[in-house]
Design a protein around this ligand. Sequence first.
Ligand code: ZN
Length: 407
Amino acid sequence: MFEKYRCLACYSDSCELFLRREGVPVQQNFLSLSHSRAVNVPRGDLCMCFCNECGFVFNAAFDQNLMVYDSDYNNTQESSEHFKAHLQTIKDKLVLENDLRNSTIAEIGCGKGFFLKMMVLDEGLNNRGFGFDPAYVGEEKLADGRLVFQKKYFDSSCAGFKADALLCRHVIEHVSNPVSFLSEIRNALAESRDCRLFFETPCVEWIFDNMVIWDFFYEHCSLFSPGSISRLFARAGFTLKKVEHVFSGQYLWLEAANSGVTNTEVISDRHISEKMQKFAAYEKSVLANWRALIHRVRKSGKLAVWGAGAKGVTFVNLLDRDCQLIDFVIDMNPDKHKRFVPGTGHRVTGYNELFDNDVKNVIVMNPNYIEEIRALLGNHAADLNLIIEPGEYNDNSDRYRASVTQG
Ligand SMILES: [Zn+2]
């Protein structure tokens, strides 16, 4: 299981390949309008490597040229109340902990601008905002020009840009060379020495700890732990202020400054290598447990998966590639309905379809949403098993129910 790969963060060649999957769809958040387009999407390989020097986790087989981030790309999660509550937590961090008022805020990879609007359209804060995203859809100027969106990347062409704060949420994991990404940002902010930086990205340590096999997918070519992201920012010349976990541990939240002394001490993550090894050792058996559970529950009635984001798309690609076992995928975002999952062609629909069909089991992709889902289902929840993990499967008993959340 040991091969030589070069780390794209620290250039060490002491990297281990710990997960290989061939022919996976390259984009998870690109739901197709037709079944035939969905099953014929571009594919690439996952060769997930762990750097023993700096802890960086990356896909050594990633090809940036295969990625298209245009207006068909849909990665919005704001249809969920639980996710909106998370965004409010992030806003509170910026406003209450960092006093981000009367400021010019730039957001890289702002999507449709949902969060930037929260920071700028709240008039009491008196902020101005500039959103950058090639996939942006909507008006380019809002609030009398206090909020401006540009359909482009934030790179060296933005040199001289003046900002008090730079937000970058759920972007760096899509970037194959995070070193040059950060140095482009540093160059563009050369005239904003007091600019503060706020980054959010998935925590790979959480994925290892929780054996979330579907959290490794092609779009996320660069993944970080608290230690590896702090090393990266220090190397890029930024001053690290804080790294902490948010969203029940799933995401890292990082605060840094453009000026000041470069940190020499970074966060230790001595045990991350052992966690990666454990993940590599058990990944196949976790997959087998899920496979067994799906075959078992399929006998009692229809089966759905809740969540047509990257997690759900990866899950059905891993476990039902031919679209034979899982009947459909549910998502809260109406823009995703009547579309098809890349790779497998599973139909995406709203949760109302659960009530019209003989659905007995629903696999929930993210445990963070379980209470919200239960509330949405109301009395119907009693008739459904909401499954969040395969547990110990035993063919002769109902033991799998021990880890099934009963409605
Ligand atoms: Zn490295």
